[in-house]
Design a protein around this ligand. Structure first.
Ligand code: ADP
Length: 398
């Protein structure tokens, strides 16, 4: 079985074709600048790479070009479109409308378009556009929606509710939904496999640390709490996002800076986080070199980040009543040793014996154990693979 995984943005479309027997990526690539002059498709396939510079006025043209690349005489990996058994589409937000991976029909599209757009105004309309384009070009191929929020659907009410008027929660669906669910699901199940344990017996804190960062408490394989909220603005400070902040401080700042509600939220999403603190960059590589060169604001940004991640680790150990494993994943989690060291230092009281030397080993893309042998709490670096989860969920549903 071959599954095409599609991740559509407003002007981009990334894809992977995965062979489910071997779970190998047969081909992958991405379209950039859809609907903007200078469209580009970079496609990798059978031992080679090809760049398509044809105009892509819309997502339909983009998906047509992706199929051309998959069928290409040089880098193609399939002989006919019929070899694609299904397409799994990544969707950022489901609200309370979808609790799990869903097979697409007209009703599903209607709910996606009519109910969820306002929950993720940048992402969900793009996913729907990508979906409709695929359905036009591949009308006989089953499609699924795989939501970033699904893994968090098991959170208990006490974890996902905000302390607002209950009627407003009911009326408007304002509650915590979380994000990066496919990643948290993947790395927690990989951790159980690596440790040779039943996931039902494990209490894991998964730290997905990238441009967007979220921390999740996974008890017995189920999410019981997560740091992101109604939107991905909540939790720890991130590349350019503030993370948690007193709502009154937002109103105060908006008044002082003369910002509308919408502009204030844009400010919190785009101008804050480690970029705002350092005044230099949202990229942790820049922050690390800044700190090494004595830049105090880079050092503060890194310090705040690790502190806030640690605070969630401690809180989630308390919530689960114990801790067996901490997992680091995504760009920063997989590549930034100083963050991992700062998060884990001082957690000896929980049973974490951190191995500073193992922590410095080069990232070779494999699972790495960075706690000392015999540490009660295992600390692992696990490369995430969200596309594989989308493909697996799609295959399972079929
Ligand atoms: P997202 O998928 O949320 O855009 P990533 O998971 O790619 O983000 O993470 C990006 C972050 O990872 C950046 O801050 C970057 O500095 C950091 N990072 C550190 N080292 C590396 C590396 N070797 N490769 C990629 N990202 C890295």
């Amino acid at each position: 079985m071959k599954i095409l995984v599609v991740n559509a943005g407003s002007s981009s479309l990334k894809y992977q074709l995965i062979d489910m027997e071997t779970e190998k990526v047969l081909a992958k690539g991405g379209c950039e600048r859809i609907g903007i002059p200078g469209s580009l498709l970079k496609a990798k396939g059978n031992g080679g790479e090809k760049i398509y510079t044809e105009d892509m006025p819309d997502h339909k043209k983009a998906i047509r070009l992706v199929l051309d690349a998959l069928l290409d005489k040089d880098i193609g990996v399939i002989k006919s479109m019929d070899e694609i058994d299904a397409v799994g589409h990544r969707v950022v937000a489901s609200g309370e409308y979808f609790k799990k991976t869903t097979l697409v029909d007209e009703n599903v599209i209607k709910t996606l378009e009519e109910k969820t757009f306002e929950l993720a105004p940048l992402h969900n309309p793009a996913a729907a556009t990508g979906l409709r384009a695929c359905m036009d070009v591949m009308p006989n191929t089953p499609m699924t929606l795989v939501f970033d929020t699904s893994f968090h659907a098991t959170m208990p009410e006490k974890a996902y509710m905000y302390g607002i008027d209950y009627n407003d929660y009911k009326e408007y669906g304002v509650r915590k939904y979380g994000a990066h669910g496919t990643s948290h699901k993947f790395v927690s199940s990989e951790a159980a496999k690596y440790l040779n344990k039943n996931i039902e017996d494990l209490k894991i804190v998964t730290c997905h640390l990238g441009n967007g960062s979220s921390i999740t408490a996974v008890d017995g394989g189920k999410c019981v709490d997560t740091s992101m909220g109604f939107t991905p603005l909540a939790g720890v400070l991130m590349g350019t996002r503030s993370g948690d902040i007193d709502a009154s401080a937002v109103e105060f700042l908006a008044r002082k800076k003369g910002l509308s509600h919408t502009d204030a939220v844009t400010y919190l999403n785009k101008k804050c986080g480690v970029a705002g603190i350092s005044g230099l960059s949202s990229d942790f590589r820049d922050l690390c070199s800044g700190m090494e060169n004595g830049n105090e604001r880079c050092a503060l940004a890194l310090d705040m980040f690790a502190y806030q991640v640690k605070r969630f680790v401690g809180a989630y150990a308390a919530v689960m009543g114990g801790l067996d494993c901490i997992v680091f994943t995504a760009g920063i989690g997989e590549n930034t040793p100083t963050v991992r060291e700062d998060v884990c230092t001082g957690l000896e009281f929980l049973g974490v014996e951190f191995d500073s030397k193992a922590n410095l080993a080069i990232n070779d893309g494999s699972i790495r154990e960075i706690s000392k042998p015999g540490s009660k709490v295992k600390v692992l670096i696990i490369p995430t693979n969200e596309e594989l989860v989308i493909a697996r969920e799609t295959a399972e549903l079929l």
